[in-house]
Design a protein around this ligand. Structure first.
Ligand code: CMP
Length: 150
């Protein structure tokens, strides 16, 4: 089954939106197989955002993601990478579909509450960057998995 990485950013934590955001993944039927609240080091932030190195907003990106706790998650499900991108919405909240997290909870692309992997390669890279293998808790079945007999 496909897996993706997602992280609730410091504004989501500080604004008390964690439950509302996590609920969207649960109600979709996706399986959360790892989750932790953590303070992100500059080193981890730099590795995570290495593709943005040199861009004008790079320093702000690093300062922001290290400015408070983040809730990192690994989410599993059929086509979960694409599905999660839809649930999360476009980077710019003004362009995100109504009903997506970024449209519903965010005003700016700098403080857009959540990150989600954008491809199979990024998902693999980001999951292994943020989680050790023994932090993945896939030893349970969701009610949907039981229904589907998987
Ligand atoms: P995220 O999904 O975490 O991945 C990279 C982040 O960079 C993105 O969300 C935005 O928060 C941020 N970002 C992308 N484009 C811009 C931009 N033009 N100006 C400021 N921040 C941006």
């Amino acid at each position: 089954m496909e897996r993706t990485f997602t992280a609730l950013k410091p504004d989501a934590v500080k604004r008390g939106l964690m439950g509302k955001i996590i609920e969207r993944f649960e109600q979709k039927g996706y399986k959360i197989v790892a989750m932790k609240m953590m303070n992100v080091s500059k080193e981890l932030a730099a590795k995570h955002y290495e593709e943005h190195l040199g861009k004008p907003f790079y320093n702000d990106l690093i300062n922001y993601i290290t400015s408070g706790p983040v809730v990192a998650m690994v989410v599993e499900g059929e086509n979960v990478i694409l599905g999660t991108r839809h649930i999360v919405g476009k980077t710019n909240p003004d362009e995100a579909d109504v009903g997506s997290i970024r449209a519903d909870f965010c005003m700016t692309k700098e403080y857009n509450s959540i990150h989600a992997s954008d491809s199979i390669e990024s998902a693999k890279r980001e999951i292994s960057l943020w989680f050790r293998d023994d932090e993945i808790c896939d030893n349970y079945k969701t009610s949907l998995e039981l229904l589907m007999g998987v």
